[in-house]
Design a protein around this ligand. Structure first.
Ligand SMILES: *[C@@H]1O[C@H](CO)[C@@H](O)[C@H](O)[C@H]1NC(C)=O
Length: 439
């Protein structure tokens, strides 16, 4: 009886995470796609040597095959050693959470997803996000949102990020989503305990080796130690209270609470076993047309005006304040845990600010103008014709000419350019060593 109940439990859990689709992809990788297969076994061998972790060889290979990317990558070199990614944050990293929890989220609608995957996939862009490019350079499939449990594969990680999500719990009432970092962390812990429980129960069932093959959408227990953890939150904790007209002194006082929240998340992840964590800072939201045109900054005096690049001084001031504090705190945390943790801030701010203010340098035509939400014409942004909301908000002809997609988020092309800049290695604070496959 005891065994039967455990078996049923295993089945139910496995079912929750399993899809037929997965089996097809795995079989495809193993039998039909020699390129991916060889890449996967290479990554497997390399993985072992990089971490020196003891693995049962068969399950390692299986995991690598199951986790191998089922898509083409624009990045030819592959980073080694990370079998999975766990992602936390807001719309910059959301691969489909917000559209499952909010029917009114713009990425429910075309033209979001126009470039990739060709339909609205829940990403706040015309295509891939930075988190998708992280998956690409690790040779992993794109991350499924954790809330999409029924049809997702989690053997290469999971995405807890949600558009509108905040770093703190302070603004969940005014931000468009209640998916703060603490809620996302709660979901991660739940996911982790489900995985551990499933593996534990499996041990009790004689001959239940199927959890180790490609039929399983669950990662091995070791994944929580070996994965790359990426946290990208904080912009909504600044933008929404400012949009509401929160006094400047209240804003300044609240800024350290944002990094404190992010650091609590980082600390918890470290306690849960994370050994590699990247924290992306807040992007230059003050240079976004939605912030520039839709905000009412009259009460902020000179801070409410625009700087020489045309960005809202107030937002930029608060974002830079936050990013500087976060950078310090991460450096301190890195020093404190240097024995068992690699952690760095990824300075996306300076890359993205440069993209927006010097677009030609990167091959873009428009830096701050928006592709969608401006009649498809530069200089015609309209507050009441938001991308994905108004049928009149037509996208531009070629999103690759634009850094900004919808007046508040980046185009796929801009995200790709950002990833390229990150890979130069100069934007990690403190240094974060990227180890490459030398294939
Ligand atoms: C902007 O805010 C001020 C108060 O801070 C208010 O008096 C004014 O009417 C607002 N303007 C608009 C266009 O909403």
């Amino acid at each position: 009886m005891e065994i039967e109940r455990k078996w049923l439990q295993t089945f139910v859990l496995a079912f929750t995470f399993c899809t037929l689709q997965l089996a097809t992809i795995c079989n495809g990788v193993r039998n039909d796609s020699p390129t991916l297969d060889s890449e996967a076994s290479y990554a497997a061998g390399h993985h072992e040597s990089c971490h020196g972790t003891q693995y049962d060889g068969s399950s390692l290979e299986t995991v690598a095959s199951c986790g191998a990317a089922d898509h083409e990558s624009d990045f030819h070199a592959k980073l080694c050693c990370f079998p999975a990614i766990f992602s936390f944050g807001s719309s910059v990293a959301d691969t489909g959470t917000s559209v499952l929890v909010r029917v009114d989220a713009p990425p429910n609608n075309f033209p979001y997803g126009r470039t990739f995957p060709g339909y609205s996939s829940g990403r706040w862009s015309d295509g891939r996000l930075l988190i998708d490019f992280w998956a690409e350079i690790l040779g992993l499939p794109y991350l499924d949102p954790f809330v999409k449990s029924g049809t997702s594969r989690f053997n290469h990680g999971a995405n807890f990020a949600c558009g509108g999500g905040t770093a703190t719990d302070k603004y969940t009432n005014i931000a468009p989503s209640f998916f703060s970092l603490s809620l996302q962390l709660y979901q991660f812990k739940k996911f982790k305990s489900q995985v551990l429980e499933t593996h534990r129960v499996q041990e009790l069932v004689p001959g239940s080796g199927h959890m180790k093959d490609c039929g399983s959408t669950l990662p091995p227990v070791s994944v929580f130690l070996d994965a790359l953890y990426i946290v990208a939150a904080g912009a909504n904790d600044i933008w929404y209270p400012v949009l509401q007209g929160t006094p400047i002194n209240d804003m300044r006082v609240a800024i350290p609470e944002i990094s404190a929240s992010i650091m609590r998340t980082v600390e918890a992840l470290h306690e849960e076993g994370a050994r590699n964590i990247l924290v992306e800072d807040v992007y230059p939201a003050g240079c976004m047309l939605v912030a520039i045109k839709d905000g009412n900054y009259t009460r902020y005096g000179d801070l409410g005006t625009l700087d020489s690049d045309g960005c809202v001084k107030l937002l930029d001031h608060l974002i830079q304040l936050h990013n500087a504090i976060l950078k310090e705190e991460i450096a301190a945390f890195a020093r404190k845990h240097s024995d068992d943790l690699s952690i760095a801030l990824v300075d996306t701010y300076s890359i993205r600010r440069d993209l927006m203010t010097n677009p030609a340098k990167y091959g873009f035509k428009y830096g701050m103008d928006t592709c969608c939400g401006s009649d498809g014409m530069p200089g015609r942004y309209k507050s009441d014709e938001k991308c994905g909301k108004s049928p009149r908000a037509q996208p531009c002809t070629d999103p690759k000419e634009y850094v900004v997609w919808d007046g508040l988020h980046y185009t796929e092309a801009a995200n790709k350019a950002t990833m390229k800049a990150i890979l130069s290695g100069a934007h990690f604070h403190p240094e974060f060593t990227l180890r490459w496959n030398q294939s």
